[in-house]
Design a protein around this ligand. Structure first.
Ligand code: G3P
Length: 224
């Protein structure tokens, strides 16, 4: 399975606005907009929210984390088969708020392939993007940690990071889709990211913390 691009992935993180019942509400808003506009939207939610959400919406649901483990004695880990059984089609991996040792990332990506799920590997720099592209994930998302949660987007502050990442990733893994994220707030941020070669965006706070997430999402996917 592959996700349609250009894509908006909404990372729900652990905000109170987007966990538990609020996660379901926000996921339903994303679902309605995707249905109404035909644009590609996916949500990345906590493992405990995957089941409820995936049963009630039809857009793709991703986990925010998964471990490179198999069934067995791995207390407290997130098992790929488990998120899949609950309805996830893939997972974010190596987010800058949740970084893996490279060998763990490699194992987790391999397990995602074995279980037929999509890996969206985050990278905090073009250099890291090059390294993770060698794992041939379906997606690489470049996100500069210093811009995360702010109101200046990577496409405005560091546009070259996006074009450089696209070039580097495509050279190593031509079928990998490049996304960007961090501080993405508006239609213009998304439009610029696409012009720079990204095939979508990974967004959290501008949507999750907005008083009117519907308006923000509609505006962002309007750039697709
Ligand atoms: O994964 C999305 C992300 O880290 C960007 O966060 O709040 O800057 O959109 P934000």
């Amino acid at each position: 399975m592959m996700l349609k691009t250009p894509i908006l992935i909404v990372n729900f993180k652990t905000y109170s606005h987007s966990t538990g019942e609020n996660a379901l509400k926000l996921a339903k808003i994303c679902d309605e907009i995707a249905k109404k506009t035909g644009k590609s939207i996916a949500v990345a939610v906590l493992p405990e929210d995957i089941n409820t959400i995936s049963k009630q919406i039809s857009i793709p649901v991703l986990a925010q984390h998964v471990d490179g483990i198999e069934y067995g004695s791995h207390t407290g880990h997130v098992l790929p088969e488990s998120i899949k059984n609950h309805g996830a089609v893939g997972s974010l991996l190596n987010h800058s708020e949740d970084q893996y040792r490279f060998r763990d990332l490699k194992k987790a990506t391999m397990r995602m392939k074995e279980t037929g799920m999509i890996s969206v590997i985050c990278a905090a720099s073009p250099r890291m993007s090059k390294k993770v592209a060698m794992l041939n994930p379906e997606f690489v998302a470049v996100e500069l940690s210093e811009l995360i949660g702010g109101d200046v987007s990577v496409s405005t502050a560091k546009p070259k990071i996006i074009s450089k990442t696209v070039k580097i990733v495509k050279r190593k893994s031509p079928n990998t889709v490049v996304l960007c994220g961090a501080g993405v707030n508006s239609f213009d941020d998304v439009k610029k990211a696409l012009e720079l070669g990204a095939q979508g965006v990974l967004v959290a706070s501008a949507i999750v913390k907005s008083e009117n997430p519907k308006k923000v999402i509609e505006e962002m996917v309007g750039a697709f």
